[in-house]
Write a new protein. Structure first.
Lengths: 278, 265
């Protein structure tokens, strides 16, 4: 209900939103990427008629690059699942009443949260063996699996902080009310606190997933056959034509954008839905 | 019951250790597959086709080996920084990956003689620069590929400032864009590049340096396999297989391959 008044104090406070530079919108990146892919065609089409146009070359390689991109998604989903599972336990450890658990969980969280992702990835890559001999069975430990482990470490630490933050953000009245109704601590957490936390955790958790997906290209540095590695190899196989650089990397950019942008949009929608002030 | 499990575990793990130390040729035959590490970003020695399969001169050589052993073949893409580790770990059986034969590398992996190939270092530069000798590069930015051993030589001996890139496409692009005066790379690749019409203004002006032989490698201690590879290499030189593959993949026949063919025929 709104009141008609000239008293400034009665007007709702105007909240300032961040305004994009020159009112650029995020989706403008789409035409920019398309320009990167198509632009060099127009130039090269005139200069060298005998070599294939960049777009034709890109189309040849697109199925392989898409396969590589799907591999990136597999890595991101697996690392997220693993990181969320361990991170949730770690986050609950951070609010434990038992001091050693609380302190060690805090230490592990802070350690992995403040380490560069690439360094953690290198550690996972070069410290783990390529296969382990467990009770006489050789269990292979392929590169992509190591990449999943390496990337799940920072995810774990971030999820741990998200869980801790969400639990802390609930008014203490929730705890007090539960205690007055004779709920045990476990029951309070499981039946009262955590259900309320889920919707608070969802937006930051999805943000984290977006960031993780974009970070999966780091795995190319340690030799996993994902989309960036394949792009580099494809460029080399085309004899290192400089005019192919922009279309190929533009294509990779586009793939990630098409995947991550809807997630970002959905996250914003969730944030407004669950916001305390609407 | 616990003791029994433990005993079984011990026996099984002991068995697996003895299996691991068996001759690799037996392992390959048992597996029915030869696993070879080759480059996947080094045209024309090892690169991808659009289906993602590894092709090129070295994969063709590896196919010859698999054929001789009567097994299937599987390629594992390697890069300079992990190729010897893969061999040590047993992830690959054989490595044919444009590796320069060096004494310190011979301590880590077993390189059968004779060498199968050779290449040297040279530069691609604008003709208009009029470079005449390596000393002319002093103080100039020179493009290179990350992890190539000649980057160090070029910067230390001739004072060039190396700008290292991930792949050849990036380096060629930087050279065209004028970010560096020259691109230091393998001479055989440069000869092919300079012949392309887009690169008509560029040339390979210097004397090739560091002409060094390439070695394929097997894991240390695999003497039987190394012996077999030695015979294979001699056979390749004798029959002119290397020369034939060079022609097939569009490389001008190198003096090394020609000389080895003359020596063994």
């Amino acid at each position: 209900m709104t009141y008609k008044t000239d008293l400034p104090v009665m007007l709702p406070m105007k909240r300032r939103e961040a305004e994009p530079f020159l009112s650029l919108k995020m989706w403008y990146i789409l035409p920019i990427a398309l320009l990167a892919i198509l632009g060099p065609n127009l130039v090269v089409a005139q200069s060298t008629p005998e070599s294939q146009s960049p777009i034709a070359v890109l189309l040849n390689w697109a199925p392989l690059l898409l396969k590589g991109f799907i591999f990136n998604l597999v890595i991101s989903v697996s690392a997220m699942a693993l990181g969320t599972f361990v991170g949730a336990i770690l986050g609950l450890g951070q609010i434990s009443l038992f001091a050693p658990t609380r302190h060690s969980s805090w230490f592990v969280t802070q350690f992995f949260r403040n380490a560069p992702w690439l360094v953690l990835l290198f550690f996972a890559m070069f410290l783990l063996p390529f296969e382990i001999n467990l009770f006489g069975f050789k269990i292979p430990f392929p590169d992509w699996f190591k990449a999943i482990l390496g990337l799940s470490l920072p995810v774990m630490a971030n999820v741990s902080e998200i869980v801790r933050g969400a639990v802390r953000s609930l008014p203490s009245g929730q705890w007090e009310a539960a205690e007055s109704l004779a709920y045990t601590r476990l029951q309070t957490l499981w039946l009262i606190i955590l259900p309320q936390c889920v919707k608070r955790m969802l937006p930051p958790w999805m943000n984290l997933y977006s960031i993780l997906t974009m970070a999966t290209v780091l795995a190319s540095i340690v030799g996993v056959n994902e989309v960036m590695t394949l792009t580099g190899q494809a460029l080399a196989s085309e004899g290192g034509r400089p005019d192919l650089l922009a279309p190929f990397y533009g294509f990779v950019l586009l793939l990630f954008f098409i995947y991550c942008y809807p997630i970002a949009k959905f996250t914003v929608w969730l944030e407004t839905k669950y916001a305390v002030i609407s | 019951m616990n003791l029994k499990t433990l005993a079984t575990t011990l026996v099984v793990s002991a068995l697996s250790i003895s299996a691991a130390s068996a001759d690799i040729l037996d392992t390959i035959k048992e597996r029915g597959k030869l696993i070879v590490g080759t480059k996947a970003d080094y045209k024309p020695y090892g690169f991808l086709d659009t289906s993602g399969a590894i092709i090129g001169i070295e994969p063709d050589l590896a196919r010859d080996v698999a054929e001789k052993l009567g097994v299937e073949i599987e390629f594992v893409p390697v890069v300079s920084s992990n190729r010897m580790q893969f061999l040590e770990q047993g992830k690959i059986d054989l490595m044919i990956a444009t590796m320069t034969d060096k004494p310190d590398r011979r301590e880590i992996v077993l390189i059968p003689d004779p060498n199968y190939y050779s290449s040297g270092t040279n530069i691609l530069a604008l003709k208009s620069l009029g470079l005449k000798e390596w000393e002319d590069l002093r103080g100039k930015p020179v493009c290179g590929i990350q992890g190539a051993f000649y980057n160090k030589a070029t910067s230390q001996n001739y004072g060039a400032e190396i700008v290292a890139f991930k792949g050849t496409a990036e380096a060629y692009s930087a050279l065209k864009g004028g970010n560096c005066a020259a691109f230091v790379y393998d001479d055989s690749a440069i000869v092919a590049k300079a012949a392309e019409p887009e690169w008509a203004e560029y040339e390979m002006p210097l004397q090739t340096i560091d002409d060094a032989p390439w070695g394929l490698a097997v894991a240390l201690g695999e003497d039987n396999f190394a012996q077999l590879m030695s015979d294979m290499i001699i056979d390749w030189h004798k029959t002119g297989r290397i020369l034939e593959l060079e022609t097939k993949w569009g490389v001008t026949n190198t003096p090394f391959a020609q000389a080895m063919h003359d020596k063994y025929k």
